[in-house]
Structures are given as C-alpha cells and as structure tokens.
Design a protein around this ligand. Structure first.
Ligand code: S3P
Length: 425
C-alpha cells in the first residue's frame, strides 16, 4: 500500500493516540497466566497485539471481545497448539511468549513474517536454555521445548525489556529466584504490572539495575486499563513541533519515565511541552501539548537515554533535519535489529529527501536545518519508518510517496485518518 503525504497546513485539534502496544501485550499475557478471568480495557487492536492474543488462544486461552474496547481473558491449562504459532511482525509477541512457553510442558514452534524472521532470538534463547529449556533457532522459526526450569541470575548485555520480560516471565514457574541485571534501565511495564497483580518483586540494594521474581509466585486476575502509547504520540509531538502554527492536544498518554526520553530530547532542543497529569493506575498518564518552538536546537542521544526512546528515534531523526546544528544519535546499535535496520533505512530515506545524514555503526549525525524535498520512499516493512517518513512529508515540498505503508497497521491502524483529520480542522 502506498501512502501519499503533502506539505501540510497547521495541524490543529485533540487526539487520543492508540493504546500502548507494550502494555497491551503484557496485559494479554498476564491475564493468560492469572488466577482467574481478567479484563483488558482499551487494548491496542493493532496487528502485533492481535498476534499475541491469537497465539494465546491457540494454546488454550479463552478470549472474548465484549465490545471494541474490552476483552475478557479466561486462563486455562496451556496446551500444545496444533500448528506453528504465527507472531506476524511482532518481536514482543515472540520473545515474551518464549518465556511463558519455556516454563510450561509445551513444545511450540514460533514463526514470523519476513522482517521478524531476520531478528535475533539468541538473546532470549541463551538465558532460557541456562534455565533448562530447549530452544532452537538463532532467528525464527524458534522451537521451544519447555521444562521445569531453575532460576538464574542473568546479566544481559543489551538493555532490552523484551529480554528482561522473557526471563522474568519464565522465572515465575522456575525453582528458586530468577534475576535479570541490565546495563541500563529498559521499559519497566512488566515489573509494574506484576506488582499491580500482587507479586512482590525482588530488589537488590547494591544493584539498582537488578530485578527478580521468586518461583511459584502467582499473578492475580485484574482489570487492566491500557493508557495511550507515547511511541504513537511521538509522531504527532514531532509533527506539532515541525508544522508551523500547529496546536495538537494529545490526551491520556502513558508517561512512564522509562518511556519519556523523547520529552528529554524536546527539552534539549528547546521545544516546550505543557504536561497535565491525569489519573494513574500503575502507569502515569498525562495530556501533552507541544508549544510551537521559535527555534529548534540540536540534540544528543546516547547512553542511558537510548532505551528510554528507542522506538522514537526514526521520528526524532526527522526532527533533527530541522534543528539548527548537528544532532547526534550514538549507542543505538539496537536500531539495526528492529523491524528494519533503522539506521540504514532512515538515512537512505532522509537523504532521498535532501537531508544531510552521516551514519555510524551505532547511530547517525544529522545536520540541519535542511528544506526537505518530495521523494518516493520505501518503508521496508517497518511501521515506524513509514510513519516517520509521513511526518517528514508534512514539511516537504510537493508530494511524498511511501510504499509499504501497510506496515503501519501493526501499531497504529488509523494513523493516516487521524493525520488527515488534524490537517482538516
Ligand atoms: C518492547 C521493547 C523494545 C521496543 C519494542 C517493544 C517491549 O524492544 O523496541 O518495540 O514491549 O518490551 P527491546 O526490548 O528489544 O529493546
């Protein structure tokens, strides 16, 4: 599918962004292992989360949509699926489910689409095998034979919530304690949600980046309420900063501090955000309004900031093309193994639009400001690339054509409709 975007007039209006993808996956999975039936309110109905739900259903979990906004999940004994499980485009589905499968008496093969089939799975296989599971496949297909696991203390080389969550979820049924130590803090939804479901997490006062669970811990059934996804809001935050005269109020966005690196970048770039806190149920929520910046300054992303905005880097690269000076992104080699190689693909697309981009193995430097030109771009099966290019198209001369825009449905099915509505207001 091709998405065509034109230079935009001011974007004006209020918006509820789609519900948080990471939290929806976890709400489905924790409901599937809970002590009784749970409900998930406002889950993301994007393809990635629906892949998680259908994989769970194939293993015997009962899910019933009571309305478009509410699904009731009834756990039961997990059974071997009759076929391979298709995780679609979703790395979170495959890696987190791997943790749940490894600790059960199951033999499951997980497969994915062309993009997911290239992504590294050794990062979760290594700890799960150390715990006692049998895992085959450096890349999908991934065959997992579950077992009675033993807890481990695992130091992960990558700050990744998917690795951390896979190991902790496996640890719930392991013998003894299971710990994960990260190099820097990745998103902590799994920890927060396990706490909300009554689990006491293990902490190490000498190691703030360590977190653990005790084997045999149970997860209480819940009514999960999913907030808006800051990673989806990011496209409109950047659009509001770039399109002169814009005024967009984003309602009920999740502002968990492990996800708000983009707001720190905005502060460095001199873009002010009016942030109005809203009610909190385990996850902080706020309404966000970007105040039009007179001047966008360059910014620097590195170190501990990287996991706090890893999914926002494609659209922040678009912002960098309009900053006055050189912005730099480093320590972000993880971008090379996302839904696409986001360093190479963003650089290629932005250069085609006339931007000045230098790449490094772990990031890129972008010199701005540069007027962007119309171009014909390829999203390479990556939803965040497609949406980042669409935002670039709002300030480019003429028409920007983006091929492969169907990938947007994995996380933000009505992105184009919402963008068009703001441009019409
Ligand atoms: C996610 C974690 C991140 C992120 C992904 C969702 C999660 O991946 O990029 O979109 O829900 O745990 P990594 O854990 O691989 O960094």
């Amino acid at each position: 599918m091709r998405l065509t975007v034109e230079r935009s007039k001011p974007l004006v209006g209020e918006l509820h962004v789609p519900s948080d993808k990471s939290i929806t996956h976890r709400a489905f999975m924790l409901s599937a292992i809970a002590q009784g039936a749970s409900t998930v309110l406002d889950p993301l109905r994007g393809e990635d989360c629906l892949s998680t739900l259908s994989c769970l259903e194939a293993m015997g979990i009962h899910a019933e949509w009571r309305s478009k906004r509410e699904v009731r999940i009834q756990p039961s004994a997990w059974v071997n699926p009759v076929d391979v499980l298709d995780c679609g485009n979703s790395g979170t589905t495959m890696r987190l489910l791997a943790g749940l499968i490894a600790s059960r008496s199951l033999d499951v093969t997980l497969v994915g689409d062309a993009s997911l089939s290239k992504r590294p799975m050794g990062r979760i296989a290594t700890p799960l095998v150390q715990m006692g599971a049998t895992v085959e496949g450096e890349t999908p297909p991934l065959r997992i034979q579950g077992a009675n696991l033993t807890g481990i203390r695992y130091t992960t080389p990558v700050a990744s919530a998917q690795i951390k969550s896979a190991v902790l979820l496996a640890g719930l049924l392991a013998e003894g304690e299971t710990w994960v130590i990260e190099p820097s803090l990745s998103r902590d939804h799994t920890e927060r949600m396990l706490s909300q479901a009554g689990l006491e997490l293990l902490r190490d006062p000498d190691q703030p980046l360590a977190v653990g669970v005790a084997g045999g811990s149970t997860v209480a059934s819940q009514s999960w309420q999913v907030p808006g996804d800051i990673s989806a809001a990011a496209f409109f935050l950047v659009a509001a900063a770039l399109v002169p005269g814009s005024d967009i109020l984003l309602r009920q966005v999740g502002v968990n501090p492990t996800r708000t690196g983009i707001l720190d970048v905005f502060a460095e770039a001199g873009i002010l955000i009016d942030r109005q806190p809203r009610s909190t149920q385990g996850e902080p929520i706020a309404d966000l309004l970007v105040l039009p910046p007179p001047h966008i300054g360059p910014f620097h992303i590195r170190g501990e900031l990287v996991p706090r905005l890893i999914d926002e880097i494609p659209v922040l690269a678009v912002l960098a093309t309009q900053a006055h000076g050189v912005s730099e992104i480093r320590d972000a080699e993880e971008l090379r193994v996302k839904e696409s190689d986001r360093i190479a693909c963003m650089a290629e697309g932005l250069r085609a639009m006339g931007a000045r981009v230098e790449t490094f193995p772990d990031g890129m430097a972008i010199e701005g400001p540069t007027p962007l030109l119309s171009a014909h771009l390829d999203a390479k099966g990556d939803h965040r690339l497609a949406m980042a290019f669409a935002i670039a198209g709002l300030i480019a001369e003429g028409q920007t054509h983006i091929d492969g825009a169907e990938a947007i449905a994995t996380s933000f099915p009505d992105f184009a409709v919402k963008l068009a509505a703001l441009a019409r207001s």
